[in-house]
Design a protein around this ligand. Structure first.
Ligand SMILES: Cc1ncc(COP(=O)(O)O)c(C=O)c1O
Length: 426
């Protein structure tokens, strides 16, 4: 075991992890349900669904069987000029639950590429029509992924600084909160009225990496209505919010107005295989329906439409659509809300937010900033020592569990959080 870690330390480069000064990673040897088993036999409760992907629990037997079965039939085939049943079936399944206007499915292999495809699809829509619309509007605090297009439409800062000269310009509007909605609408209106906006990209209802910040579907509808009045393509980034995370199958279902393009990933395979999907309306696709070869969408990846990923996504879809799973989602939300009531007035807390299976606790910070590294250094080991995996976002602790988590397991996490909050005010 120490050999493995020694090699890892020397040769493996982990994401978002400094090469100097970081603790050694925890070696995980297996997992089951909400638990990760470590090399030294500990069982760690995965309260963040391993970067928000795992919805049916680890090593889920039905999902594992679906991959194994598909691997024995067809593991992969080039998706240009060829197709296969798992991808066709997945397209049918997705179109049965996405907003009704979605009509075409494009496959890629992670959230960033799903967003990248969405942005390119929107830009080329206008290019194909011969209309000059080049600007994208995004929300301050947004996170859409780590590829260049996705970074360009995301919040600029520490993570994007080295790439600043290479990112395209984006018009950012303030994040909407209760008392600035009028101002945000004004910002948005003055940009879209210039008629040079190609698209508006947004994380519906919840900004994930931005700190689990939440805003209302009513205000999002106001923005969408304004955008649509000016023919601005609306792109919903549901990479994080999709597949039940916010209580409904997609956060867009809370809104009256549907997006033109959607990006999904993370929960789509229950965390079993990397897969990204970008869907679009018939109107978006219509700009590509031409005999002019130069107007083709020239984008693809080696693993586009991978049969193993599609097969396990279909199996995950079946589990997600079961009444039992939908009830679990509602149960988690109800339980989160009870805990919110119980803990809401704790002296260490600034705000507690719940949306579906997401519970976020924003801590007060001494210097008033929202990102405190010192706090993060305290939070992560506090919970890991108690065998709970929680990865705070600055001063925000959040729980976002696999839907199979039991009431007792949730209570165990809440208790640890209460103890942590008490330790801050003792
Ligand atoms: C809203 C949103 N979009 C895109 C991404 C990027 O997804 P991936 O990490 O799979 O590239 C993320 C990842 O957290 C996300 O939360």
């Amino acid at each position: 075991m120490s050999d493995l870690l020694n090699f890892d330390r020397q040769h493996v480069w982990h994401p978002f992890t400094p090469l100097v000064g970081s603790d050694d990673p925890v070696l995980i040897t297996s997992a089951e349900g909400v638990y990760l088993t470590t090399g030294d036999g500990r069982k760690i409760l995965d309260a963040v669904s391993s970067w928000w992907v795992n919805i049916h629990g680890h090593a889920n037997p039905q999902l594992a069987a679906a991959i194994a079965k598909q691997a024995g039939i067809l593991e992969h085939v080039i998706f240009a000029g060829f197709t296969h049943e798992p991808a066709i079936k997945l397209s049918q399944n997705l179109l049965s639950i996405l907003p009704q206007n979605q009509a075409k499915i494009f496959f890629s292999d992670n959230g960033s590429t799903a967003v990248e495809v969405a942005i390119k699809m929107a830009f080329q829509y206008w290019y194909n029509l011969g209309v000059s619309r080049k600007k994208i509007i995004a929300l301050e605090g947004a996170y859409h992924g780590d590829t260049f297009g996705a970074m360009s439409v995301g919040e600029r800062g520490l993570f994007t600084d080295p790439f600043k000269p290479y990112l395209f310009e984006t018009a950012f509007i303030d994040f909407p909160v209760k008392d600035n909605e009028e101002k945000v609408l004004q910002q948005f209106s003055s940009i879209v009225e210039r008629e040079d906006v190609a698209a508006f990209i947004y994380e519906p209802l919840v900004q994930g990496a931005g700190g689990m910040r939440m805003y209302t579907p009513a205000f999002l509808d106001t923005l969408l209505s304004k955008a649509k009045a000016h023919n601005v393509i609306c792109i919903a980034d549901e990479v994080f919010t999709g597949f039940g995370r916010t209580g409904k199958l997609f956060a867009s279902h809370y809104c009256k107005l549907a997006p033109d393009i959607m990006a999904v990933s993370k929960g789509i395979t229950g965390g079993m295989m990397p897969l990204g999907v970008t869907s679009c309306s018939a109107q978006i696709a219509s700009a590509y329906k031409t005999s002019d070869f130069t107007k083709t969408f020239f984008h693809g990846h080696s693993y586009t439409g991978n049969p193993l990923a599609c097969a396990v996504a279909n199996a995950s879809f079946e589990l997600l659509m079961k009444a039992e799973c939908q009830q679990r989602i509602q149960h988690i939300e109800a339980h989160h809300r009870k805990f919110k009531q119980r803990i809401g007035l704790h002296a260490a807390l600034q705000e507690v937010r719940v949306q579906g299976t997401i519970l976020a606790l924003e801590l007060k910070t001494s210097d008033g900033t929202t990102y405190s590294n010192d706090l993060r250094k305290k939070i992560y080991p506090f919970f890991l020592k108690r065998n709970i995996l929680l990865r705070p976002l600055g001063n925000v602790i959040y729980i976002l569990p696999p839907y199979v988590i039991t009431t007792e397991q949730l209570d165990q996490v809440y208790t640890a959080i209460s103890e942590f909050l008490d330790s801050l005010t003792d």
